[in-house]
Design a protein around this ligand. Structure first.
Ligand code: PBG
Length: 327
């Protein structure tokens, strides 16, 4: 007869109470941040076909969604602006216009919510440019790093003046955190923080986001976003962002990059965020719609796994729903 085990890990899995007692990773509403899209020129919210359940908001509807999210206890909101198609141009001039859609939405939410939540803004040009790139192009069509920094600085100042608590530079330009930090400090905005998109990979999983922001991207983002094959590069970007003054560092996407989340979490003492992006949302949603996976369980498992990998904060389109469910 085979020898009977006298060490039995199953003992700690016997009842829900026992499992709860020994659970290492927790998920609380405050850990979740809700990304929202606010579009100009809509009379009512516009469903995003490739992200069932997510919409492009009007200013009125985003006010309601934000109030609901805060009521559910989320840690914050990340705002993306979507100008009307005819208002996009080569330099993304809607981005730093105080009357641009993102800045108007920030002011509306800041006046509704004050400091009761943390308002974050995407500090990037791709939603505002007609070519869909995250920066301005030089004569040869290449994304011009340093000219783009000037645009980010102007955008960051407009966003803070509109009411953002944290700026989220997501364009992967070299020096973006330092340029924004210096400009904020020079303007006296020493309390405005930077949630840096530190390790942002060039990912196929951003697909549905393109529809969400009405982007007509020409080409791809491989000359500025990281190659999915690379791990060490994330640490190099991390060192730079910390040296340039990042307050929170982020890894994106999340689920295919949990090793990077872990690397970053082990390397720093600042809070680490991870972004469960559009394609991750859509994959789970689509499989669940087909009855292939249990939707609610898959959502919780995905978020718990991102936390387990080392993320303090998780951006997820399910933030309000999950926060409400966690009560
Ligand atoms: C760039 C930006 C993107 C996302 C967030 N910020 C798109 C990109 O880099 O291609 C993607 C978010 C998502 O897919 O949910 N402004």
């Amino acid at each position: 007869m085979t020898e009977r085990p006298y060490i039995r890990p199953r003992r700690l899995r016997t009842t829900p109470a026992m499992r709860r007692l020994v659970a290492q990773t927790s998920l609380e509403p405050r850990h979740l941040v809700l990304p929202v899209f606010v579009a100009d020129g809509l009379s009512e919210p516009n469903p995003i076909a490739s992200m069932p359940g997510v919409v492009q908001h009007t200013i009125d509807s985003v006010r309601r969604a934000a109030a609901e999210a805060v009521e559910a206890g989320v840690g914050g909101l990340m705002l993306f602006g979507v100008p009307a198609a005819g208002d996009k141009d080569a330099t993304g001039s809607g981005a730093d216009d105080p009357d641009g859609i993102l800045n108007r939405a920030l002011s509306a939410l800041r006046s509704d919510l004050g400091d009761s939540t943390v308002l974050m803004a995407d500090t990037c040009l791709d939603e505002f440019t007609d070519h869909g790139h995250c920066g301005v192009l030089d004569d040869s069509g290449r994304v011009d790093n340093d000219a783009t920094l000037d645009r980010y600085v102007s955008m960051a100042l407009a966003q803070v003046e509109a009411g953002a608590h944290l700026l989220g530079p997501s364009g992967m330009m070299d020096g973006q955190v330092g340029a924004i930090r210096t400009a904020l400090d020079d303007a006296g905005h020493t309390d405005a923080g930077i949630l840096a998109y530190t390790a942002k990979y060039s990912s196929a999983f951003y697909g549905p986001f393109r529809e969400a922001v009405g982007s007509s991207l020409q080409g791809d983002r491989r000359t500025y976003q990281q190659d999915p094959a690379n791990r060490d590069e994330a640490i190099r970007e991390l060192e730079l962002d910390l040296a340039e003054g990042a307050d929170i560092v982020m890894v994106k996407p999340a689920m295919s990059y949990l090793d990077i989340v872990r690397d970053v979490a082990e390397a720093v003492v600042v809070p680490v965020a991870a972004y469960q992006i559009s394609g991750e949302y859509s994959m789970i949603t689509a499989a669940a719609e087909r009855g292939w996976i249990d939707r609610d369980a898959a959502i919780l498992e995905s978020l718990t796994s991102i936390r387990r990998a080392g993320a303090d904060i998780v951006l997820t389109y399910w933030a309000t729903e999950v926060a409400a469910r966690l009560h």
